[in-house]
Design a protein around this ligand. Structure first.
Ligand SMILES: [Zn+2]
Length: 214
């Protein structure tokens, strides 16, 4: 096993929620990670190559055309490029998060990769998977505590008072409003804070950049 390279204590903790728009929303505004644009551009390009391949697909028993082989080669090349960029972004972000926090409460996201999901959704899932993996590896390497939090109800619970809404918020609703304690908080920020609470970490150790009502 790799040796642990212990980092100095920071006295800070962080909660992390995964998403489509932002790959990671955290309890620290300085550590939020937007979904990388290269993922989206690549998804569009990939869709174009796939249409190209479908059009040029050789008939049964026929040799593949030069155009088909070229489209196939371009697709493979693009896949490699995107994976490399994703890995690079994930590692850089993970390093910063791990260096600046003693303990991490991380949503235990499990991608579905369903055939019927959109290209954008698949790209987002791949980005989240790569980022989560890099984060957990980096944290263990540097002796930081990682708490994986089950994602059930994390979007429905109030991070402030613990009340649970009766219905799941529609995805279009970006604010979490608690009818019990009156807290109003951006939905993903509330979820990131719920991770922290569920992991039993002290919210006093987070960087409070978001509004005071949150
Ligand atoms: Zn509340």
């Amino acid at each position: 096993p790799a040796l642990t390279e212990v980092l100095p204590a920071t006295g800070r903790v962080i909660g992390i929620d995964w998403g489509v728009k932002e790959t990671a929303t955290t309890t620290s505004d300085a550590h939020d990670l937007p979904h990388p644009q290269h993922g989206r551009t690549a998804a569009q390009k990939l869709a174009r190559y796939q249409r190209m391949m479908a059009r040029r697909r050789p008939a049964k028993g026929q040799a593949a055309s030069k155009g088909y082989r070229e489209a196939k080669r371009q697709t493979a090349k693009l896949h490699r490029k995107v994976a490399a960029q994703r890995q690079d972004t994930a590692r850089k972000w993970a390093k910063k998060v791990v260096r600046e926090h003693d303990a991490l409460a991380v949503e235990d996201f499990r991608p579905k990769f369903l055939a019927k999901t959109t290209m954008a959704r698949k790209a987002a899932d791949a980005a989240i998977s790569a980022t989560k993996k890099a984060l957990v590896e980096m944290a263990r390497k540097h002796g930081r505590a990682v708490h994986l939090v089950h994602p059930a109800y994390t979007t429905m619970d109030c991070a402030k008072c613990g009340a649970r809404t009766k219905h799941a918020l529609p995805l279009s609703e970006r604010m979490y409003t608690c009818t019990v304690c009156g807290a109003v908080c951006p939905r993903d920020k509330n979820s990131a804070r719920v991770m922290l609470v569920r992991a039993g970490l002290d919210p006093a150790g987070v960087d409070l950049v978001s509004p005071a009502t949150c």
